[in-house]
Design a binder for this molecule. Structure first.
Ligand code: NDP
Length: 320
């Protein structure tokens, strides 16, 4: 069915301004769809809090995360994308056009790309937050390389922590795996592999009280406490990796979209959204909000491109 041709109805709105949202914006803007990009609480997404990115193709000397995302933003704006800060208050995905209420205004749109990302879970210690990008990282694939020949720790007891710890042994001479209890969520095979690794030392029933190095502006060590014995001690190390999971920013769509048990969008073909198993009309998704597995800047960008191409196809099929 053709859409109403009201000028007030947008062709596409993109929720999120990380690399998936901005790549979708570049593609839809170049297709002359004048996308509106809504920047949420973390403009630029996870890249905006990283430092050097060395694995984004096309940057042989690496690029700072904030610079990479700022360039994407400029590129999208150059082709006519509009950026606005906003927080969704209410959305009705069943309507056509879709209605998005941002409190100060209601936006009507023929298509929506949900690219709201996932946020790494942090311990929440002030010292940890102060040292993000200076030895504290939530992404081993991104930052492991910087810790060649150094000692580091990984926090967590799930598959992510095991995978990170194993990966980081390629660079670090020693990896402390620190877990708050003695039972693990990690699959047996991954846990056994990590336990058998000569460079990994497990410290269970252990919590981190502080990341040391705030004054020096780089991680120098950690202060930990054994929850059984109460013993407190310090360990000197240079890297502090979080492997305690991610929180997808999709909770808002609960009840209107199929989400998995951890709150990730259950995408179909990595780009379509569904509700009760049925594809949602005009609602697409991209990036980490629907990807628990790869979580890389380049895969998020790739998926933003896919969503944009589907939006173009959808609008064309509906007579735009
Ligand atoms: P999980 O939820 O499985 O594990 C999170 C871990 O972090 C738990 O050990 C938890 O401890 C700990 N944790 C959570 N919050 C805190 C906190 N505030 N302080 C200290 N520790 C904390 O998350 P993962 O990211 O590891 O895995 C998510 C999903 O992705 C799983 O289904 C996993 O199997 C899958 N995955 C698969 C991989 C693979 O197959 N290659 C790789 C990575 C993930 P506690 O147990 O005490 O609650």
């Amino acid at each position: 069915m053709p859409f109403p041709s009201e000028e007030t109805v947008r062709d596409t709105v993109i929720l999120g301004s990380g690399c998936s949202g901005l790549t979708a914006a570049i593609y839809t803007a170049r297709a002359n769809l004048k996308p509106l990009v809504i920047e949420g609480h973390e403009p630029g997404g996870q890249l905006s809090i990283t430092t050097l990115v060395e694995n984004f193709p096309g940057w042989p000397d690496g690029v700072q995360g904030p610079e990479l995302v700022e360039n994407m933003r400029k590129q999208a704006e150059k082709f006519g994308a509009e950026m606005e800060m906003g927080h969704l208050v209410e959305a009705d995905l069943s309507k056509s056009p879709i209605e998005l209420n941002f409190g100060s205004k209601v936006v009507k749109t023929r298509t929506l790309i949900v690219a709201s990302g996932a946020s790494a879970r942090w311990l929440g210690l002030p010292s940890e937050q102060a040292l993000i990008g200076h030895g504290v990282s939530s992404c081993a694939t991104c930052d492991g390389f910087f810790f060649s020949g150094k000692e580091i720790c990984v926090i967590g007891g799930g598959d992510s922590a095991m995978e990170e710890a194993m990966f980081l042994t390629r660079f670090a001479t020693k990896v402390y795996l620190i877990h708050r209890s003695a039972s693990f969520r990690a699959s047996k095979i991954m846990l056994d592999r990590a336990k058998e690794h000569p460079q990994i030392e497990f410290l269970t029933n252990t919590v981190v009280e502080e990341v040391l190095g705030v004054e020096e502006k780089e991680v120098r060590g950690i202060r930990i406490r054994n929850t059984e014995s109460g013993e407190v001690r310090e360990i000197a190390l240079s890297g502090f990796f979080l492997g305690i999971g991610h929180i997808p920013n999709a909770k808002f769509f609960e009840g209107q979209m199929d989400l998995d048990d951890d709150g990730y969008i259950r995408s179909k073909d990595n780009v379509f959204t569904t509700y009760n198993g049925k594809v949602l009309d005009g609602v697409f998704c991209a990036g980490d909000v629907q990807d628990r597995r790869y979580r890389q800047a380049i895969t998020a960008s790739g998926s933003g491109c896919m969503a944009a191409l589907e939006v173009e196809k959808y609008l064309e099929e509906h007579g735009r």
